[in-house]
Write a protein that binds this ligand. Structure first.
Ligand code: SAH
Length: 260
């Protein structure tokens, strides 16, 4: 119909790029990149993935750092709609999984509301991949039957929190906290205040799955001090729980044989 009217609407693909290592994008995600007319991508997307995009395609960086927003979310939403209305195949490439703290849900709402056809291509989230690359399984039959993924980016001065710390602190075995690098002190304080034991192990994984990956292990009692001494900044995730101890025996990244 649209074609008869001379206005072919394109399509937007909300694609998860994976956590960093370019080998962790999905097969479908990679194929879509290779056929894209426009790629709108974020901070934390590896250059090697962008090398897969056809030469003629338009690449638009809308990366967001906590400190500096290149484009506001509302502007990104408009860009998606406009490019699709031009009849383009638009890949919206987002770090990790598009629906895990990536505002992909909001982008999908805007597309649905504007009548733009879209598809979602899930990705490997850093919430699970970064621990895995650090030798930490988020569940384990003997140590953890549940895990929760939370944002650490809440403003600590806000009087009310969307996070129910009382339940989270002791209600799940493994707690995975994204975007918490600047708020580590607050997060650890909340967990301790609400009953998680000070000797609980915690790992911070920075640049998980990237060649620069680093892991720091401590306990709730000492991690704040350890992280401050190492100037541990973003992008990092925190993993809290007994599973962190398994890293001692199953970390593999640093022991990889040359044959990969
Ligand atoms: N949608 C993404 C998360 C976006 S929020 C996903 O599914 O992974 C951005 C936060 O994710 C960062 O502040 C950091 O906490 C975490 N993050 C993303 N990539 C990471 C990586 N490679 N290593 C460690 N943390 C990462």
């Amino acid at each position: 119909m649209a074609e008869e009217l001379g206005a072919t609407v394109g399509k937007v693909f909300l694609v998860g790029a994976g956590p960093g290592d370019p080998g962790l994008i999905t097969v479908r995600g990679l194929r879509l990149l290779q056929q894209a007319d426009v790629v709108i991508y974020d901070h934390l997307v590896d250059e090697r993935l962008l090398a897969e995009v056809p030469r003629a395609a338009e690449l638009i960086y809308v990366g967001k750092l906590a400190s500096q927003h290149t484009l506001r979310q509302s502007e990104i939403n408009i860009l998606l709609v406009v490019k699709a209305q031009e009849g383009k195949r638009v890949v919206r490439l987002k770090g990790g999984d598009p629906f895990v703290f990536g505002r992909g849900g909001e982008e999908a709402q805007v597309l649905a509301g504007s009548g733009i056809p879209f598809e979602v291509v899930p990705g490997v989230t850093s919430a699970i991949a970064a621990p895995a690359y650090a030798g930490i399984p988020v569940t384990h039959r003997a140590h953890a039957s549940s895990f929760a993924v939370i944002t650490g980016h809440e403003d600590p001065t806000k009087p009310t929190s969307r996070l129910d710390w009382e339940k989270l602190a002791t209600g799940v075995d493994t707690l995975i906290c994204l975007m918490g690098a600047q708020n580590l002190t607050h997060i650890v304080a909340q967990l301790l205040r609400h009953g998680r034991a000070p000797e609980t192990p915690i790992a911070l994984v920075r640049w998980g799955t990237w060649p620069t990956q680093e892991t720091l292990v401590g306990t709730l009692a000492d991690i704040v001090e350890l992280a401050a001494a190492r100037q541990y900044g973003a992008p990092a995730i925190a993993i809290v729980g007994e599973v962190v101890r398994l890293r001692d025996t199953i970390q593999w990244l640093d022991n990889r044989s040359p044959v990969e």
